[in-house]
Design a protein around this ligand. Sequence first.
Ligand SMILES: [Zn+2]
Length: 115
Amino acid sequence: MRETKKTAVPLGIRHGDLVKVMSGRSKGKTGKVLSVNRVKHTVTVEHANIIKKHTRPNPSKNIRGGILDKEGPMHVSNVMLVCPACGKHARVGHTALPDGTKVRSCRRCNTAFEK
Ligand SMILES: [Zn+2]
């Protein structure tokens, strides 16, 4: 596990990525990344790590009070990116394109993820 510092660090996983949960309560689940906290090194994954959130009613934000099921944050080390090319969970590498821009890539099949 990475040490938690107060500065934002790139995590390799971004909002909208498809990830697989490798450990914890939602182990084995695959879902889209809903949010990334680069300071706390946590991610929120769709349908994974569901927590009961006790909310207070807030009429101005149209929030009803009560206990809601909500995705909870989990540490990035608990999830792995699912490669769109080979369909397997993989570590994230960085590859430089011929024009010099760096992109994330799959360490399993070496396919660049974006652009
Ligand atoms: Zn791959």
